[in-house]
Design a protein around this ligand. Structure first.
Ligand code: 26Q
Length: 824
């Protein structure tokens, strides 16, 4: 099955080498005699790129002639990570490359690690988009990703004296995976005004005129599917000064600096990724980025549709556009504008097309993360779009008024315009109104959006407009690539790698749970992965950790709702307990390594304080001779996709401990379990479905439930609660200066003691610590532990992103795969 639809292979190492060497000597202009790892990486990447490009061209041609509906996934973030290993594995040609480069004296892992991460995202939302691209290509869906080509990806994190320092990530100096399409450009307009005029028939028209133009240039990246010839496209837009705009007058009159400044202003649009995750900050440049990328993408999509010469009413039978959160919501008024102002359609005809085209995925219910743009800002930057948004709102409110006569408060609540000072546009409402389907990303989350932020819209449109697509992850990157030994072991038991394309086949592993040799190998793989991580820890932090200890890992963006503070307070609690023990008691304790990693948004002080506390606790604990191997505390610098590939396979326990009702889904929880680690978690996001799938005896759940959060918060505000005793002791230790200057941490402590403990750290603390004690006990019985791990892996089939893409395709997009043409 593999061979038939697989791209042209490098059959032998010599075939590969001749290509790679040719690239090293010609494309890279390097002599083989001074070929270092970076050149060897370059030659390998270019040799594989050639293979991808051939299949990419064929795929695009094949999909165009197939004349089926295409999917466009609009996301301001794509956290792709590295491409080479993925390309080698997806095309099944890693073997010859590894052997060939071995002959030149290189180890493939070293070459792979030469590549910089493509880190065009913050966290879960961006990585989800990347997993979706992999799944769509693997399952032969005709799909494009549309992205913004940031010059600087998410910043690199350095830790200096226990503080986060941000370093710019200039990632483009050698990027063999992108192709500049200097012939594919779109002029994007900003500012200006609206002219209304009457045509000969007395009909009124609007036209957006004046302002400035920034040029969008396309850059394309091939996305290879696994075990298929299908190679899809990710198109990234880069901004540059429009040639008509570059002020030659200034240039010629000697104002060189002035003309360069204009150029730079245009280039600024795609310069930098905003490093906030789950927080809305209403900066003008961010809005400019959103419009620039939406308008360029829509222009491109419309241009492609027009080539089919089909009538407009066919548009939504040809095109499905998925909005990854509200970031691309301007695509809705933009398509409406194109259809009515430029193509001359009637409002209602156009609006039906718009609604049928878009689907909207929501990723949060937290108020501070819901995008709202000030009306004056939109008025200034996009005057015609503001008019269209007002017209959409007017039509919508008239519809609501008819359905719920005299419910004034309903109209106020659901209006796209929030009547604040200044007025603001609620982007999530605009996205709901302009789409035919709205989905959440895990069951609890999809229920919550229907009962909280979109409650009124369920009344208005009925419940069928709202649905759930539980997130997933690609098993290619997160199992086969990150954990090759485990992938091989599974393949040896299941009779091949078929499970990488149908992850539900993992369930057959349960038949082997009692197989001694299998169990031993499984355990050895986990140990080897821990040894690998221990080496990374030693190299990057200088701290030695014992690979036989229980590795307890929490890696994700630092955010109060994700509660890294609960984790570090728990660690301090454990430290204090160890200090109070005698030698006998200490002997009975299971050694632990508590590992943290994650970036804080640069302006998020509380998150930075949490990082500082983790580092300070590490300094004290790791150097306390009373403690030794019983406890180590590690903060890993610069957590990103390629580091996740080392970290994820090495956990015994990972932490997914958000306040119930706040984490929409989480996806790293899935990655850890798929790699044979267990979870400590709250009843939140996808933890709930993971529990349903793997069984509640295979997960360590704790803490209050989402339905009780409101009341608990209320109790805090009205003094109807007492600080947890264990937590009080932790705070006493912090305040006594045992982890450095107590003042540094006062905001963190006061937020819980005096300011309402919004994330319910105190309420869940006792249950959290007790659950960790249970984990210690459980880990002592290694055989039972191992059974839990193996059973869990076997039951993770549901969480493949292939399953979610099939659900989107069926319920939301109504698209079918396009089979690649078999090799001629
Ligand atoms: C918004 C406005 C201005 C600037 C930035 C932003 C912004 C940027 C990124 C808002 C949100 C994000 C990212 C959100 C995110 O990553 N959400 C996560 O999405 C995952 C995939 O669905 C879920 O698993 C996580 O639960 C959710 O937190």
């Amino acid at each position: 099955a593999w061979k038939k639809n697989t791209p042209q292979e490098f059959q032998t190492k010599d075939e590969f080498l001749s290509e790679a060497v040719r690239h090293i000597e010609t494309t890279l202009a390097r002599s083989l005699f001074n070929c270092d790892e970076s050149a060897a990486y370059g030659g390998t990447a270019l040799a594989f790129r050639d293979r991808l490009v051939m299949e990419w061209n064929k795929t695009q041609q094949n999909q165009t002639t197939a004349d089926q509906k295409r999917v466009y996934y609009l996301s301001l973030e794509f956290l792709m990570g590295r491409a080479l290993d993925n390309a080698m594995l997806n095309t099944n040609m890693k073997g010859p490359a590894k052997d060939g480069m071995g002959e030149l004296g290189f180890r493939m892992e070293d070459l792979i690690s030469q590549e910089r991460d493509a880190a065009l995202g913050n966290g879960g939302l961006g990585r989800l988009a990347a997993c979706f691209l992999d799944s769509m290509a693997t399952m032969n869906y005709p799909a494009w990703g549309y992205a913004l080509r940031y010059k600087y990806g998410i910043f690199k994190q350095e830790i200096h004296d226990g503080y986060q320092v941000e370093v710019p990530d200039y990632w483009l100096d050698f990027n063999p995976w992108e192709f500049a399409r200097h012939d594919v450009t779109v002029n994007i307009q900003f500012y200006g005004g609206v002219r209304t005029y009457q045509d000969d028939n007395g009909k009124t028209h609007s036209s957006w005129e004046g302002g400035e133009i920034v040029e969008a240039v396309a850059f394309d990246v091939p996305i290879p599917g696994y075990g298929t010839a299908t190679t899809n496209n990710m198109r990234m837009w880069s901004s540059k000064a429009h040639s008509g705009e570059f002020d030659f007058q200034k240039f010629n009159s000697g104002d060189y600096e002035g003309s360069v400044a204009d150029t730079q202003r245009a280039e600024t649009v795609s310069a930098v990724l905003y490093p906030n995750d789950n927080l809305d900050r209403g900066k003008e440049l961010r809005l400019k980025q959103q419009y620039f990328w939406c308008a360029a993408s829509l222009h491109d999509i419309v241009r492609r549709f027009k080539k089919t010469r089909k009538p407009w009413k066919e548009f939504s039978n040809n095109v499905a556009i998925q909005l990854n959160d509200t970031h691309p919501t301007l695509a809705i008024p933009e398509l409406q504008r194109i259809l009515i102002d430029i193509e001359g359609l009637e409002w209602s005809e156009a609006w039906e097309i718009v609604q049928n085209t878009f689907g909207y995925t929501n990723h949060t219910v937290m108020q501070e993360a819901l995008e709202k743009w000030s009306v004056p800002l939109i008025q200034h930057l996009l005057p015609r779009h503001l008019q269209i948004i007002y017209d959409i709102n007017l039509n919508f409110l008239q519809y609501v008024e008819k359905k719920f006569p005299k419910d004034r408060d309903m109209l106020r609540r659901v209006s796209i315009i929030e009547e604040s000072e200044p007025k603001r546009v609620r982007m999530a409402f605009l996205a709901v109104i302009g789409s035919h389907k709205v989905n959440g990303v895990a069951e609890l989350h999809s229920d919550l959006i229907k009962t909280t932020i979109f409650k009124d819209f369920v009344q208005i449109y009925g419940p069928d407009k709202f649905t759930n697509v539980t997130n997933g992850i690609t098993p290619r990157r997160w199992l086969h690539q990150a954990n090759p030994r485990l992938s091989e072991l599974i393949a040896s038991k299941l009779g091949g790698h078929e499970f990488l394309k149908d992850l539900t086949l993992l369930n057959k592993l349960e038949n082997h749970v009692d197989d001694k040799a299998f169990r031993k190998e499984f355990q050895e793989i986990k140990y080897a992965n821990k040894v690998r991580l221990a080496k990374h820890i030693k190299n990057t932090t200088g701290v030695s950790v014992n690979p036989a200890a229980l590795f307890d890992i929490q890696v994700k963006r630092i955010h109060e709702y994700k509660r890294q503070q609960l984790n570090i307070f728990g660690v301090i609690h454990r430290y204090l307990a160890i200090k109070a023990m005698n030698a006998e008691e200490r002997k009975k304790l299971a050694p632990r390594v508590s590992i943290f990693g994650g970036k804080a948004a640069p302006g998020y002080w509380m998150a930075k304080t949490v990082i500082h506390l983790i580092c300070k606790v590490g300094d004290v604990v790791n150097n306390d001779p009373d403690v030794g191997d019983l406890l180590k505390v590690i903060f890993l610098e610069d957590y990103n996709v390629s580091k996740a590939e080392i970290i994820t396979p090495a956990s015994d326990i990972s932490e997914h401990i958000s306040t119930a009702g706040t984490e929409a889904s989480g996806t790293s929880n899935m990655k850890f379990v798929l790699n044979g680690g267990l979870i400590i978690g709250t009843c939140d996001g996808a933890n709930i479905e993971i529990t349903r799938e793997i069984g509640d005896s295979n997960i360590f759940l704790f803490g209050n439930l989402a339905e009780d959060v409101e009341e608990l918060r209320h109790n805090h505000l009205y003094g109807k609660y007492e600080l947890d005793d264990g937590l009080r002791k932790v705070f006493d230790a912090i305040q006594a200066g045992r982890f450095g200057d107590a003042n540094q941490f006062s905001a963190l402590v006061n937020g819980i003691v005096d300011h309402g403990d919004y994330y319910l750290v105190s309420d869940d603390f006792n249950s959290y610590c007790k659950t960790h004690d249970l984990i210690d006990e459980s880990y002592k019985n290694q055989e039972e532990w191992l059974t839990k791990c193996i059973t869990s892996v076997a039951r993770m089939g549901f969480f493949s992103s292939d399953r979610c893409i099939d659900e989107y395709a069926e319920m939301i997009w109504n698209v079918e795969p396009v089979k690649p043409k078999a090799e001629q």
